[in-house]
Design a protein around this ligand. Structure first.
Ligand SMILES: NC(=O)c1ccc[n+]([C@@H]2O[C@H](COP(=O)([O-])OP(=O)(O)OC[C@H]3O[C@@H](n4cnc5c(N)ncnc54)[C@H](OP(=O)(O)O)[C@@H]3O)[C@@H](O)[C@H]2O)c1
Length: 477
């Protein structure tokens, strides 16, 4: 356990906005520290299933009464709520912060940690960044010490601004962008951000504004090129002064799944320089040595793979896990117990009988040998399948009694996974098969859609074949 986590042990902590991106990364680290963690959300149902040991409570910050129970007995509260996707977000965020402060004072909360945005007040801040600072002022206007951490873009899968940049870079070989390409920014890696949140929650003398950032100051142009290099993509970015934030947000909507309600305030904010202006963070939290942009982006891609594995094996929805991936999912309801699925998955691989259209797989293996020099063969471990085992041309990423997540070792323009999961039903079980592909650039997308006429029937036949084995092995439930 890291030292700051140690200091939080035994404290009663509240994490707000728990279904959100930042909170969903903070909660596991707090639970690891075996702290007493409660989380609020307007729809908390899925949270308890994802985080064992987490106490969840429904609360809408627009309604002060719903905050009373949430704050009861809390010592440290993390404020991670915002309504950026709403048209009237400034007013809503003001009301939410006032309601929260009033309820926190009544509950005698010891300290509040609030995550806000970087940006200088004298820089004609965008309405989003202005609102972030305003919320900080409201929270700090009471009697509770508030540490306001101010960060620029968080580098992580699920972080709206980084997601937008990723989508654009993956999808557009030539990008037309507004002037803000040259704006300087100091992005921060997800893991470092969470370390600062924990350090701020655990410090003996909390309070004040602390600007935090990674070790690199870059421009948005450099961020795009840095990410492209990492993914082995060539990208040309042209700056067009006439492109307004409104036009840019429509363009983003056309190219990416990011809704205009989210991209517009983010794009407005891209015109403000968001760079750390002092060394308060370094002197207050000397044990944190934040990483640079590229290191953070590598960590973000790796982390996405971990979360994807978790999501595919659990069936729970995790923010950021399916970002920029293509999925083919099949479900078959079976009149068998889930143990039947587990028994078949434990036996998976080692010969051609698991795969339909053996000639298609033979061609695929031959192509892989031609292009990669690899030798894909039917194989599986002598004993049980464990994490890291090689099963045919897959490496095992996750293995659980009723789930198996396999990562492809075949040469593809992107990363591919095949996953199987058993789920319980009232009577019987459901077998879920997911083929997931994270395409690299346009070529990756062409590969996925070009092979669709072959993959579509293969995936369908594969899950049926597996279901047949489960039924043959189990008999009726
Ligand atoms: N992501 C970044 O790159 C970044 C960078 C710098 C600062 N920040 C700051 O970090 C904080 C969290 O950001 P995020 O990216 O995690 O945001 P997010 O994913 O959009 O999550 C925000 C959460 O706010 C909650 N919320 C909204 N309206 C609410 C209401 N009326 N009552 C209760 N909860 C409400 C929502 O929870 P429910 O729907 O579950 O109720 C939502 O999950 C924000 O203050 C943001 O400005 C983020």
């Amino acid at each position: 356990m890291r030292p700051a986590e140690e200091d939080l042990k035994g404290r009663r902590i509240l994490v707000t906005g728990a279904t959100g991106y930042i909170a969903s990364r903070l909660i596991p680290r707090l639970l690891d520290a075996s702290t007493d963690v409660r989380a609020t959300s307007r729809s908390p149902h899925a949270l308890a299933a994802r985080f064992s040991g987490l106490e969840t409570i429904a609360s809408d910050f627009m309604d002060q009464r719903s905050l009373e129970d949430a704050l009861q007995g809390i010592e440290i509260a993390y404020y991670l709520v915002h309504s950026m996707d709403m048209r009237d977000f400034e007013e809503r965020d003001r009301v939410a912060a006032r309601n929260f402060l009033a309820a926190a004072e009544r509950a005698k909360v010891e300290r509040i940690v609030y995550l806000s945005g970087l940006g200088r007040a004298d820089d004609r801040l965008s309405s989003h960044l202005f609102s972030r600072h305003e919320v900080g002022e409201i929270l700090a206007s009471g009697s509770i010490p508030v540490t306001e951490l101010r960060a620029a873009i968080v580098i992580g899968s699920g972080s709206s601004a980084f997601d937008m940049l990723r989508y654009l870079t993956e999808r557009l070989p030539v990008m037309i962008a507004p002037r803000w390409l040259a704006t300087r920014i100091q992005p921060i890696a997800e893991d470092d951000l969470v370390s600062y949140l924990i350090a701020a929650g655990s410090e003996p003398h909390p309070g004040g504004i602390v600007e935090i950032g990674g070790s690199d100051v870059v421009t948005y142009r450099e961020m795009i090129h840095g990410y492209a290099r990492l993914r082995r993509l060539r990208r040309f970015v042209m700056s067009v002064p006439l492109l307004t934030p409104r036009l840019s947000s429509y363009w983003v909507r056309l190219i990416t799944p990011v809704p205009t309600s989210i991209s517009r305030p983010l794009i407005d904010g891209l015109q403000n320089e968001v760079v750390v202006t002092d060394d308060v963070a370094a002197s207050r939290y000397p044990s944190i040595a934040p990483m640079g942009y590229v290191e953070g982006a590598v960590a973000a891609l790796d982390r996405q793979e971990e979360l994807l594995g978790e999501e595919l094996s659990s069936g729970l929805s995790i923010p950021g896990s399916r970002l920029a991936v293509l999925t083919d999912e099949r479900r078959v309801d079976l009149d068998v117990s889930i143990d039947g699925i587990a028994a078949v998955l434990a036996d998976f691989g080692g010969d051609a009988s698991w795969y339909p259209l053996p000639w298609a797989w033979a061609v695929r293996k031959w192509m892989d040998k031609l292009f990669r020099g690899g030798d894909l063969s039917w194989t599986r471990p002598e004993g049980p399948i464990i994490r890291g085992s090689l099963v045919d041309w897959w490496k095992v990423d996750v293995v659980e009694p009723d789930a198996l997540v396999l990562r492809s070792l075949m040469k593809t323009p992107g990363e591919a996974w095949l996953a199987f999961r058993g789920g319980r039903r009232d009577s019987g079980a459901t077998l879920v098969q997911s083929a997931v592909f994270r395409p690299r650039g346009i070529l990756g997308r062409l590969y996925w859609w070009g092979l669709w006429p072959f993959h579509h029937p293969i995936f369908g036949a594969m899950v049926r074949r597996l279901a047949k084995r489960v039924t043959a092995l189990s008999g009726p439930s």
